[in-house]
Design a protein around this ligand. Structure first.
Ligand SMILES: O=C(O)c1cc(C(=O)O)c2c(n1)C(=O)C(=O)c1cc(C(=O)O)[nH]c1-2
Length: 242
């Protein structure tokens, strides 16, 4: 039998999950941020990660289609604006393409998802489906990995600028925007789940949602590590670094 946690207790339990399971702990990120990857391996990461970026607005649109409260929609819809921009060439997706352009990947291949790993697709699509189908409280909770993203983003930007001559401030501009957007989004989502998870069962579901999302992020890096680090088994159709 689980007990009802206080809102602060729930927050502490969520933060504990992040401390144990967030993808900053994944060996592939240690290599990426520590300058241990080749340009081809960084290309593979940016290409696969584009698929995640491209699906985030679809999952937020799925969320909006289910949110009946106008106030909740008004706040959540900012996420779509952040990724898609308000005019062509603005927003997070185009900033991610500035990174893949800078790494020398053909834009049309990136956008078409040519060469992305099967496990990237499966993990990301599972996240979109989760947000489409799970109770709204869990859909909100699944975004809470963003509580932990500012720390990893700061580490990534400083590590990559220090170690790789093939990236610069301009190609990494995506991340400076996320440093402002992610805390705003995750503060809102955290307040929401602390307020709305009122039974032990709901609290357990919120914690499970965050574990699920950590798995979505972790599985993407497992796939990259398996294909491009060790044992280096690139699946059929996977991107081949030149
Ligand atoms: O660079 C990262 O490590 C990282 C992590 C996460 C995350 O923790 O889910 C997101 C992002 N970046 C990100 O850029 C982003 O737009 C984003 C949206 C979401 C979400 O769940 O709605 N997570 C993340």
């Amino acid at each position: 039998m689980t007990e009802l946690l206080s809102p602060e207790g729930l927050e502490a339990a969520l933060r504990q999950i992040g401390a144990e399971r967030y993808h900053n702990l994944h060996p592939f990120h240690r290599l990426l941020h520590g300058g241990k990857l080749t340009r081809g391996q960084v290309q593979a990461w940016a290409l696969n990660r584009y698929y995640y970026q491209s699906r985030i607005p679809l999952k937020d649109a799925a969320f909006l289609s289910r949110a009946e409260d106008p106030e909740l929609r008004r706040i959540w819809r900012q996420r779509l604006v952040d990724h898609d921009g308000s005019t062509p060439g603005t927003g997070g997706i185009s900033r991610w393409l500035a990174l893949t352009d800078g790494l020398g990947l053909p834009r049309q291949d990136v956008v078409a998802g040519i060469g992305i790993l099967p496990a990237t697709r499966f993990a990301v699509d599972a996240y979109v489906r989760y947000v489409r189908d799970a109770p709204l409280l869990q859909a909100v909770a699944s975004s809470l990995t963003e509580l932990f993203s500012p720390a990893i983003i700061s580490e990534r930007v400083s590590g990559m600028l220090r170690h790789y001559e093939f990236v610069d401030e301009r190609t990494l501009q995506y991340f400076s925007h996320r440093l402002e957007e992610a805390p705003r989004d995750s503060d809102f989502a955290l307040d929401y789940v602390k307020r709305e998870a009122r039974t032990p069962e709901q609290q357990a579901a919120v914690l499970d949602a965050l574990r699920f999302k950590c798995d979505v992020l972790w599985a993407q890096l497992d796939a990259l590590h398996h294909a491009y680090v060790t044992p280096g088994l690139i699946p059929p159709g996977g991107f081949q670094p030149s």
